[in-house]
Design a binder for this molecule. Sequence first.
Ligand code: GTP
Ligand code: M1P
Length: 358
Amino acid sequence: MNYALIMCGGSGSRFWPKSRKAYPKQFLNPLGPDTMLQSTFSRIRNLIPIENIYVVTNKNYVDIIREQLPELGEDNLIVEPMQKETATCIGHSAVRLMKKDSEAVMVVLPSDHHIENENAFITTLQQGMLIAENSKHLITIGVKPTRPETAYGYIQIGKKIDEEWPIDTYKVRRFTEKPNKEKAAEFIEDGRYLWNSGMFIWKASSLLKQYKKHLPEIYESLKAIRDGLGTDNEFSILEEEYEKIEGISIDYGIMEKSKDVYVIECNFGWDDIGNWTAMERYMERDEWGNQTKGIFFQMDSRDCIVCGEKRLIAAIGVNDLIIVDTDDVLLICRRERDQDIKELLSKLGENVELKDYI
Ligand SMILES: Nc1nc2c(ncn2[C@@H]2O[C@H](COP(=O)(O)OP(=O)(O)OP(=O)(O)O)[C@@H](O)[C@H]2O)c(=O)[nH]1
Ligand SMILES: O=P(O)(O)O[C@H]1O[C@H](CO)[C@@H](O)[C@H](O)[C@@H]1O
């Protein structure tokens, strides 16, 4: 049977200070009216029956999810004791699904994507589910790149498979997660690369075989978690194993290493609303190139992203800044350094007096 797994336990640090550890970006609605989690859930409901839709999240977000998704089944929330990145949350969910259905096919979805043309989205996933059901392949959805983005994975496409598939599907030659600017520019120039969308489809059993090969330590923890399922010690075993796991993303842990990866080139509009510069694609520019929310007044200031709340934000003679104002935090960041907000937060976290601002 087919299942969807919505990943919803990240801390969304690159969207700070609007996104906070206690209330991260997936629960916000930057493109409103629904939150990003709610949009993800309603989109996938058009393909997967609600009883087969699972959400995997951190224990701290359970109440927010129950409030935002009252329709989600009691047993359809997979709870993690701590954040150990996507390879861990996906592997953990895979062993749970396998216990229920050894033939389970999983559609894995992040909860911070913006999708246009939902019919094409559904058709693409349907094709992926069919391929996954009848093979051991790991399938990813690829996106035609438009800029040398360094926050994404790049997929070098190989041979096109079976001309009969309505949507172009290729064997993956190489998967490179988050290349530097020069490499990313090379890949774009080359023309044989797609961005990794971060949406995946595979049989839970095929995926776990890849863990055994490429992430053997996590695999051992997953086996212990599986054996603990349904016992009185289920949560304490989960905690113990999560404690041991060294967190890694699915992209570095599996996708870069596996030899059995295929990519379907998506024909729908896709975007990742993961950082402040993503917002530039959705905010109007004034004649100075500034993109603003809230009240902004400026002299000789160009190409800034400004997101205010209650206060007037005034600027003189500044360019290319991200300025985000909230009740308790004001962020000022050079536009090209928006990925570094993650590092800033990790340093902030080490400061006893300031860590509550994360
Ligand atoms: N359950 C779960 N979901 C995760 C975890 N890490 C990331 N995600 C989710 O996976 C998707 C992609 O996450 P990222 O944008 O890479 O990570 P993030 O932590 O949300 O954001 P950054 O801190 O800015 O990297 C989002 O939907 C996250 O909520 C995790 O450890 N557990
Ligand atoms: O976890 P991050 O930083 O959001 O990156 C993940 O999603 C990207 C697309 O949003 C992908 O391009 C990456 O390969 C990865 O799957």
